[in-house]
Write a protein that binds this ligand. Sequence first.
Ligand SMILES: [Fe+2]
Length: 403
Amino acid sequence: MWHRDFPVDKVVQLNLRTTLHMGAGAIERIHDILAYLEERGVKSVLVMTSPTAYRKSGAWDVVEKALKSRGFGWHLYDRVSANPTTHQVDEAAAIGRSEGLDAVIGIGGGSVIDAAKITAALLEHTDRTARQVYEFEFVPERSKPIIAINTTHGTGTEVDRIAVLTIPERRLKQAVVYDPLYPVHAIDDPNLLVSLPLDQTRYTALDALSHALESATSRNATPYTLMVDREAIRLIAEYLPKVLDDPADTRARYFLLYASMLAGTAIDFSRLHIGHALEYTLSAEKPEVAHGLGLAVIMPAVFRRVYRAAPSILADMLKPMIPGLQGKAEEADRVAVELEKWIFSTGETRKISDLGYTDEDMDSITEFVMSYEPYVRLMGLAPITMDAESVREIYAESMKPIS
Ligand SMILES: [Fe+2]
């Protein structure tokens, strides 16, 4: 297969809506990106990141030197958490406004890049708050330039126009999708990922897997996104086990990064559905639950039902993990069991009960999903009709292992 020999240290440029610099060593492209910003009159930037990964990944060494050598001013905001909040974004935007910062560089995974995107929009809409974005009180029409330096292989947010934040006082986690949220430049450099801890490695790859499976079975799926999703899943099936064996395997990191980027472009076109609507509810209520973990615990129950409605597509998609599927609806139970076994084979064997939920919580989390119109709308993109009973069934079935 071509990907076993492809020179992963060749830095390539993919001109998507975002200009993506991809390859081992691509972080050095920050010099060209700063030159691009300079040409557009940017003199100082807001750097957004989480407390440690930007240094540990090695990204900051290169970015800081580049900022210094080109005479840029910057403010480093390093308080973005997992499941980032509207408050963090408002705090960063206030700093950016008061210091007159003209672009936002996010160094991190999906949480950081999503927070950077909304902050960049709020630097153009100076009388608005992040909560207003997520309560759909206004639509961002422009943003300061967004630069995404990606340090995980999960969301694909470095190349799409999606950003997810949590409004903590409402325990509400939500995605918004707006054109000004496309980063102008992004960097996918596998060298930045070799220090990603194994649990994050699993969660982010499982997030990418759910993106590919949900977008492939979305009502908005297209032949193009199906092709992209099939390739993403094939690469995750081959390279996630390799990375778990050897976290410093740059080739395996490269192709997981490529797979997550592909799935990010697919959800940009086709969106997501049940998995994400039901997961957002879990990790909004318990922010310590990683997004990919929340998805992993419900994925078998979700795709048992989705398979019944889209067996030929899912048989094709799941072939690398579950060989021999014929694309018949009656294979749905086997798919749920085999998919769970595959997830467990990555070392993640928890289910909802292990996240602190009990049988008594099933009604309240179901009610939460069904009471929030954007979640119901998201589930409307699934190929099956979802109601309170089916939501509850998925949660209840995900309490304990089915395999
Ligand atoms: Fe996701």
